[in-house]
Design a protein around this ligand. Structure first.
Ligand code: UD1
Length: 420
């Protein structure tokens, strides 16, 4: 298994282009199953998760044409399979996102039940309850969710008990083809949900309240052609900015949507970074200074994203002062802390809170990546550490970061992929 070898410490300096958003690309690809026409999607990131979603569409019998830049043309009017098999779902939980579109367009869907994962139990009860409210019959058989409906789904008033990104997306997609009006209350407002809604509208869906906690969908009989460019990845952009802050560096991230990063930029400013923001770029300069420790409390958008928590924990471990990081979204998302402590970080965990005392310097060590964002935080820790850090299980990082080592190298990091 390949590993990433980081020889630190280094200071990140330079410019980097940000790829299309993974968490937007996945639901958008799934939503293409709703269309009767030709759907063209561009700015898809080259990531294992995106390839898995394309494989899934392929195995459902969708016609796909992919160009060398991973622009994709999709024809899903006729498919001959309605099952998302265990082999694909176990590698990517987001496969559950085909459930709503398959059901709404074809009246049937069979999706392997996603299990828990390293960061927590991650149930899908709210997805299923929402689809049932739209008239679906759902049963669980042999580890599969089997959903069906007679004729069309029908609009309903749905209150989501908890803010769920995937749950909002599944119900929203299904509602676009339901008969009548659906209202989703306490909907997730994440920019990726907004991007999906814009994609659905581009295909002909009728949605009001986009970007708010109340989505109103008037079902249409069919959705058609569209050309759509996936939004930039705010988490990738945030990761490079934090890596620069932690290494006392200076970077400009390009092809980004600064408005999607407000809570992250506010924390970087609090950490002492000088920021400049353009229409599609952000520059950060630490002017050689050590970052100041910042307290973090994760919560649904527009509050601070759980997907940036691990990277800030890494920065705080080498920052001036003490800090607390409270993780409220996933119960087990502080596990990377134990690996960071092996590098000399001083972090204690009590319940869902990490108490961090900033240290002068970390020391390189062999460490194990446990999930996607945790692995990014170990790369940041490696950049801040004296000596060699060898990050194992980097398949996690390849799920969410396009060409991480090439982009980091461009910014001056000494990082390379090594065989086992
Ligand atoms: C998405 C993102 C992930 C991000 C997360 C929170 C994708 C592909 N992934 O994951 O990167 O970290 O949002 O911003 O977009 N929950 C339930 N029942 C449900 C659904 C969710 O209890 O039916 C709980 C989850 O266990 C979790 C919380 O709700 O505690 C939020 O999860 P959710 O927003 O659904 O996360 P995902 O869509 O899986």
């Amino acid at each position: 298994m390949e590993k990433l070898l980081i020889s630190g410490p280094s200071r990140l300096e330079g410019e980097v282009r940000i790829s299309g958003s993974k968490n937007s690309a996945l639901p958008i690809l799934a939503a293409s199953l709703l269309s009767e026409g030709t759907v063209r999607i561009s700015n898809l990131p080259h990531l294992n998760d995106v390839t898995t979603m394309i494989d899934l569409l392929n195995c459902l019998g969708v016609e796909l044409l992919i160009d060398e830049k991973l622009g994709i043309e999709i024809h899903a009017a006729k498919i001959d399979e309605f099952t998302a098999p265990y082999e694909l779902v176990k590698t990517m939980r987001a496969s559950i996102l085909v459930l709503g579109p398959l059901l709404a367009h074809f009246g049937q869907a069979r999706v392997s039940f996603p299990g828990g994962c390293a960061i927590g139990s991650r149930p899908v009860d709210l997805h299923l309850r929402g689809l049932e409210a739209l008239g679906a019959t759902i049963k669980i058989d042999g580890g599969y969710i089997e959903a069906s409906c007679e004729n069309r789904l029908r609009g309903a008033h749905i209150f989501l008990d908890k803010v769920t990104v995937g749950g909002t997306e599944n119900i929203l997609m299904a509602a676009t083809l339901a008969e009548g009006r659906t209202i989703i209350e306490n909907a997730a407002r994440e920019p990726e949900v907004v991007d999906l809604a814009h994609f659905l509208v581009a295909m002909g869906a009728k949605i009001e309240g986009i970007g708010s906690a109340t989505l109103i969908i008037d079902g249409v009989e069919k959705l058609g052609d569209c050309d759509y460019k996936v939004m930039p990845d705010r988490i990738e952009a945030g990761t490079f900015l934090v890596a620069a802050a932690a290494t006392r560096g200076r970077v400009k991230v390009k092809d980004v949507d600064p408005s999607s990063l407000e809570s992250v930029l506010a924390k970087l400013e609090e950490a002492g970074a000088t920021l400049e923001v353009g229409s599609d770029w952000i520059s950060l300069d630490m002017e050689g200074r050590k970052p100041k420790a910042v307290d973090i409390h994760t919560a649904p958008y527009p509050a601070f994203p759980t997907d940036m928590q691990a990277q800030f924990t890494a920065m705080n471990s080498v920052a001036e002062g003490v800090s607390t990081v409270v993780e409220t979204i996933f119960e087990n998302r502080l596990i990377q802390v134990h690996e960071m402590n092996r590098m000399g970080a001083e972090i204690k965990i009590e319940g869902n809170t990490a108490f961090i005392v900033g240290t002068e310097m970390l020391t390189g060590a062999p460490v194990m990546a446990t999930d996607l964002r945790a692995s990014a935080s170990l790369v940041i820790a490696g950049l801040c550490a004296q000596g060699d850090t060898l990050v194992d299980r980097i398949y996690h990082i390849d799920r969410g970061y396009e060409c991480i080592e090439e982009k980091m190298q461009l910014l001056g990091a000494r990082i390379r992929r090594v065989p086992d």
